[in-house]
Design a protein around this ligand. Structure first.
Ligand SMILES: C[S@@+](CC[C@H](N)C(=O)[O-])C[C@H]1O[C@@H](n2cnc3c(N)ncnc32)[C@H](O)[C@@H]1O
Length: 222
């Protein structure tokens, strides 16, 4: 069973393919299954360090797109367009800072994870707090038709976060992608196709994307 710091097949493959983390394979698998990203999209990546999701997203959105990463720690990669980095704590960061480069996003992804204590109930609560905050941010910046993907440690309180997501999106999934450590209790909540929020102002967050459909390259793949 893979352990942190001990090379496993996914880590070796990530190194061989030039990715800074094995986490990339989880996003890749979810993208392959649900077709989340496409050229020209603007994606917000919460908890982006060391940066493998940013690397993958850059290849998916291309030079016409934009990937804005937010983290306490600076990604371990060269930051050049379409990649942008905003340093900060998501719990206290000003939305205006996140929106320095664009005010709305076609997708918001969160791989935010707390430093684990080993006390399951504490770690689960901290993970849930981060996931809730990611959803709060997504509500402010995600276009109608856009997608929201968020990691959370499994636990009884996760259901409370699923309720608003099921209402807010056309389709909802709980996903355990390959590449998650076998011993890990992480899972991802995925909302596809944001519904118009009540009282959404035209052109503002929650309004339709530039192409009128919200998210480019969107759609559910199974
Ligand atoms: C599992 S890592 C993300 C890996 C990343 N998706 C990748 O592909 O390289 C989780 C990240 O969440 C970040 N994080 C945890 N709490 C945070 C907070 N309050 N504000 C910003 N980032 C936070 C950590 O610094 C860490 O880099």
């Amino acid at each position: 069973m893979p352990r942190p710091g001990v090379p496993d097949a996914y880590r070796r493959r990530a190194q061989a393919e030039g990715f800074v983390s094995r986490a990339v394979f989880k996003l890749q698998a979810m993208d392959a299954r649900f077709r989340l990203f496409g050229p020209g999209q603007r994606v917000l990546d919460l908890g982006c360090h060391p940066g493998s999701w940013m690397q993958y997203l850059a290849s998916r959105v291309g030079s016409d797109g934009m990937v804005v990463g937010v983290d306490l720690a600076t990604p371990k990669l060269a930051l050049a367009p379409p990649l942008y980095f905003v340093p900060g704590d998501v719990q206290s960061i000003d939305l205006a800072e996140i929106c320095t480069h664009t005010s709305t996003f076609d997708a918001v992804v969160s791989d935010l994870a707390p430093k684990t204590t080993g006390v399951r109930v504490v770690d689960q609560q901290r993970s849930l707090d981060l996931a809730r905050r990611a959803w709060e941010i997504a509500q402010a910046v995600l276009v109608v038709g856009g997608h929201f993907l968020v990691k959370v440690f499994a636990g009884p309180d996760v259901a409370a976060l699923e309720i608003p997501l099921k209402k807010a999106f056309g389709t909802f999934h709980r996903v355990k992608p390959p590449g998650s450590r076998r011993e890990s209790w992480e899972l991802y909540l995925l909302g596809l196709g944001r519904r118009p929020p009540a009282g959404a102002a035209a052109g503002g967050p929650g309004a339709e994307g530039a192409d009128g459909s919200g998210s480019r390259g969107s759609g559910e793949g199974g």
